[in-house]
Design a protein around this ligand. Sequence first.
Ligand code: NAP
Length: 862
Amino acid sequence: MSNSGSQRELDVVVVGAGFSGMYLLYKLRPLGFSVKVLEAGTDVGGTWFWNRYPGARVDIQSVEYSMTFDPQLEKDWKWTEKYSPQPELLKYAQHISERYDLRKDIEFTTKVESAKWDDKTERWTIHTSTGDTITAKYYVMASGTLSVPKDVDIEGKNRFKGATYLTSRWPHEGVDFTGKRVAVIGTGSSAIQSIPIIASQAKSLTVFQRTPSFSIPAYNGPVPETVLDEYWSDRDGFRQAQRESAGGVKHTPTTVSALSVSDEERNRIYEEAWAKSGLVEFLGCFSDHMINPIANEYLAEFVRNKIRATVKNPETAEDLCPKTYPIGTKRLCVDTNYYATYNLEHVRLVNIRKNSLKTITETGIDTQDESFEFDAIVFATGFDAMTGAMVSVDIEGRNGNTLKKAWEAGPHTYLGLMAKDFPNLFMVTGPQSPSVLSNMIISIEQHVDWITDCIVNLRGEGFTTIEPTQTAQDSWVQHTNDYGDISLMLKANSWYVGANVPGKPRVFMPYAGGVGSYRTTCDEVVRRGYLGFERKGPKGTAVNDGKIKQLMPDVELLLQAMSTMEIPLFESMSAVEARAFGDMMSAGRPAGPEVGEIADGTLPGAAGNTLEYRLFRPKSKGPHPVVVYYHGGGWVLGSATSDDPMVRDLCDRSDALIVSVNYRHAPEDRFPAAADDAFAALKWVADHVTELGGIPGKLAVAGWSAGANLAAVVSQLARDSAGPALSGQLLLTPVTDGSKKWPSYTGNGEGFILTQNLMDWFWDHYATKEERLDPKASPLLAKSLAGLPPAMVVTAEFDPLRDEGNAYAEALTKAGVKVKHLQCRGHLHTSISMVDVLPSGASVRAEMATAIRGFFGATVTA
Ligand code: NAP
């Protein structure tokens, strides 16, 4: 009940009486907090209160889309359908509100109009549409992610004299379209669910489609007995599996790539997934649909063929086939008879990409080629998603900073739970949390539990405010963006990236790391004393500044996967065993991109020995500039072919001919054999440039790790021996200094694949302590670095060799050498070279290839 015009003080104000707001109330009230939930609608239910369009139903199986906090509730509530319809979901929400006596603390028909933080009183002042003023210690936005309809941005939208409907604001009494000529604008989830029902009533239905959606069949019906049996046989295990999963549904992820199986096997798995349905399961039937464009295209084409097989008119079928974005990068829809509806005589699809929608008229819709007359128009045009509900309220935090302004360039949050300058303001399923990429119920419960624990903890520890630090927030925003960058999500104009709302910044808003790992992260933040938060109270301020995630997401996943395997240490083996083990590890890796030609040969080494080389020729017509490449492996391991995937990648990207040369290895041939062979190979290539298909005078060197050490060394030798002339040197995570251990040697010495112990093992095989002081082993120790060719030095944040690589880049710059120094955030010594395994390395290799092109164009920008 609202106290119109009243002024009140509360502990917590919650906005929204959907599942989030109700669960918060359920949790906070018995803990002794005074709480009110403010709700704009006339009843509980949130999404399921507002979205009453025909056919509206959940797209996650009901058994999984259920509140899990009370097992007795689960026993008592029986879902009737696999995917419950909106009326049943609304009844469920109403049942929860009654069962736990929540309504008495929910004020309906009450909109929050503004909320302002007062630093002195440490309270939020909230003004509502009913004229109330409430102050509260904590303000929680549980207002939903898809709750504010997008403005209908179509010319003439108010001219139409017939009936108009918005799917998300459907009349409570329902609509009967019998005998009516109906238009639907939009083909997202809401349209795809409502179109078959509207078609079953209307005299005619015309659908105006701008972008087709991918949709899979729901096979809706009674809740399958098999699902119920599985659930009740181990209820706790089932729920735990949901909480630990990626999408909040019980699904065991596969590690099998769509590229690793035959066409027949792939098709068999797709058919099986199609027959089972389930959007998480369908997209997840191979491991790489959301990161690898080729894998994604296989799945997309499979669905297109299903559309073609269903829709009889070939032109309509083709119009319904999405071709402009990867599958899954717009929300995958789950439908009942959507595509088949277009086989009905009175249903027509208008592709407004071909026949553009000009305006809505008094009597219908004009397109470029045709005038349509309608009795009713349904707008299924979507939402101002994720941030819309947050910024539509005038929220003013510290120092007059408004949330609208703070998020002008996209949301900035810590964990999608809080934002800097907005103390004691919490968000449930906010942007930069898994929210819309997951089963919302699982994410809602996790957030509500975290927020409740946080408020209880503050009270217990005597703190009155909590707010993220700038460092923590910035790094979380970065981490969320990193996930966006390694996935295909940015390739669609979706509401996930704000592209559906004109003027909204294009930013990937949800967190794609999965609910299980996200939950672990949120728990870790607490375990580490609220890492990334500043908490204040009468006893003082506790600032626990820091970053919770620093590795690239794919690098972190790799390390996690490796930690579960028992991989023997190289340094526990003999050199011969280590080489065999290295070869075995390399055997299953992706090959890297196609190049024009690969040819193997031999060349003379420095001591009358013979060295193998492998030549990688670009696809373009030669002659090409030439790069001599030296492989990694600590002067002990590797060969002319051991870095194949990365060399192919560099060849393809840089359009340079690359000659990967071998050199003698330690301990059989210790220092300076490798350096001498590396220089001998460079001279031989320089003498044979034309025969190899290269352009005389366009020669550079490149290498990775110990190979980068050799590339740096031969650059110095070439300078000192007056040739060969080099256009550039590309040094990827180089070894440059064997004389001392830089801080990164210990700081990153454990847990990041290349360890301090392994590096010691390599050095011990290669050179004595005295020999390491020789610039032929430690190029950083050269008397002068002046006169060396332009360089690109790439160092990785979590590499033991980071600091010596950085030192070499700085020393080169100081000596007047043109240097492009790339310091790769979140990377390891080994991660940049893992072609088609770790997507985050691709942008680094692209920059390396640009540098190679720059060497031969004679300009490298520092
Ligand atoms: P949506 O996915 O954003 O779809 C809106 C549709 O309207 C798109 O086809 C869009 O075309 C079109 N549109 C927008 N403005 C237009 C314009 N000016 N002219 C022509 N066409 C225009 O919205 P939605 O269908 O309401 O679904 C939103 C999300 O809500 C879903 O992705 C889903 O997450 C959730 N939802 C879930 C369920 C469920 O659980 N079962 C049901 C409904 C919705 P463009 O693509 O070209 O912009």
